[in-house]
Write a protein that binds this ligand. Sequence first.
Ligand code: ITT
Length: 195
Amino acid sequence: MSRKLKEDRLVLMTHNLGKLKEFSALLLPYKKEIISSKDLDIEDPEETGKTFEENAKLKALFAAKVSGLPSLADDSGLEVSALDGAPGIYSSRFADGDYQGAMKRINDLLADKEDRRANFTCVLSIAWPDGYSETFTGRVFGNLCWPPMGNNGFGYDPFFVPEGYKESFGILDTKIKERISHRSRAFSEFVKHCL
Ligand code: ITT
């Protein structure tokens, strides 16, 4: 049995503006007051986990402890099939702020490969100040395009064409990403269980 989120306020633990926007849109219908970790000056804890689950939980628990409020965090990334799932949990560190460069480096690694399949994974964690937490997973599958297309979204979005579409998340309307993304799928599970 999942714990229900009865509190009216919650913290969104992320320093990534793209995530913050997407979560704010997803949470809009639920009429909760959202406080970003940026507003509370909560530092990003070091992501020492070896899995998306460990890192998501670590971030959410950290924010819940520091703020005294229930906190939501995600750990997410791009997993490239022909690269055995890399960069995965290291997606942000692999780019180090330079996504054009990161997409090019991945594309170069795929130069002699036909397989361009990839997926985004998101593990969402909700944690309470008493140390209780739950996690939910979402994935979206697709293919990597070259050159990257468009400027919508963030991170690797211009590089990723979801299955069933011809354009990348960088071009597709943000409403489409909001409906089919790894983040929205993890969020739907969270809604089903906790709201
Ligand atoms: P926080 O830990 O503060 O939330 P972060 O960006 O460091 O921010 P992660 O460690 O979870 O977050 O790294 C996720 C990275 O995976 C993100 O920086 C992007 O490079 C990539 N990523 C995740 N979701 C994505 C999406 O929806 N579109 C494009 N890239 C995404």
